[in-house]
Design a protein around this ligand. Sequence first.
Ligand SMILES: Nc1nc2c(ncn2[C@@H]2O[C@H](COP(=O)(O)OP(=O)(O)OP(=O)(O)O)[C@@H](O)[C@H]2O)c(=O)[nH]1
Ligand SMILES: [Mg+2]
Ligand SMILES: [Zn+2]
Length: 360
Amino acid sequence: MALKEFGWDDCWESYRENHSDEKIGRIIRVERGHMWVQTTTTQIACMLSGKFYHLASESIELPTIGDWCAMSEPFINESNQNAALIEELLPRKSWISRVASGSESKLQIMAANVDYAFIVSSSNTDFSSNRIKRYVLLAQAGNVTPVILLSKIDVDPDYQVKLAELQEKFVDLYILATRSDDRQSLSPLLDLLVPGKTAVLLGSSGVGKSTITNLLLQEQAQDTREVREGDDKGKHTTTNRQLFRIPNYGMIIDSPGLREVQIHAQQEDLDELFADIVQLAYACKFSDCSHQNEPGCKIIAALDTAEIDPEHWQEYLKLQREIEFLERKTDVYKAQVEKKKWKKISADHQQRKKFKKNHS
Ligand SMILES: Nc1nc2c(ncn2[C@@H]2O[C@H](COP(=O)(O)OP(=O)(O)OP(=O)(O)O)[C@@H](O)[C@H]2O)c(=O)[nH]1
Ligand SMILES: [Mg+2]
Ligand SMILES: [Zn+2]
């Protein structure tokens, strides 16, 4: 099988000079720390080489689903399987990040080298276009094209209202209403998923990500489970991350549902949630007021007269610190990616110069 069928792109071509084809592969399954890599000839169980061990478990430098990597010579592991070590992580062209669980301030890469994020939200009482907005921003921040899927429309007679709201809010985005009893409702996704393209399914537990995976693959590849009665919450049925190739089309990654806290907020969301504070701050005497001790500060005044609740204000400050931290982290990561690209480009340039010199 050719690497291109798994999404290999010319941007990584220079790595093929350093590693033979059979030692390059894409991570297609991640389950409780175990990984499987697809190469041109086989799927192989992989462990991380020592150089990754000093990294913390939430590090963005750890290989993840969708990553391209270079491996060691294969060997036989303790369960008598063919195995290899992942020795090098190839630069990512795109990514989906989240806030690592149990931490407010660490970024983790959930999926790499994806072209589309299929943001799934079911058409029920839990529907929230603000949550969808967060996912959209998350995808765009990682160079991924967001596509919105309004799922389970068969159980919502009013789904057209939600669809209209989405179309109005996300004018430039592709939005699709889907139902699991009609596979045709998903066929526009296949038009996007031409061979070589990869999409990742994102959304809360129970919205139907694995159901969509199975419908696209036309087989029962992933388990699906009833949602909880009463509040429509899913049961975190999917626990692994897996990349599937759709025969004659591109690839789809199914992953566990995300908890809301793990989608990091952006400044705009904050402003929407704390419109009262934003409005007051706008009226402060100095436009760069820090709301600590400046004269003419409307926030201090409002706190004094209890017009705003101190807890509300503290919550705002806390979220703002968090957002600033995450934005800095994301910027650092982006800069690293750019630098790597730049290094590679200049290395290519040097090589070409050398080649010219030797052959002229
Ligand atoms: N009526 C209806 N039910 C659906 C639809 N899509 C999925 N379901 C049901 O919703 C439940 C949850 O679907 P899953 O595909 O397991 O959801 P998931 O997003 O993969 O959930 P996690 O793996 O927990 O993240 C299952 O019982 C599905 O049969 C739909 O379009 N209509
Ligand atoms: Mg699932
Ligand atoms: Zn102020």
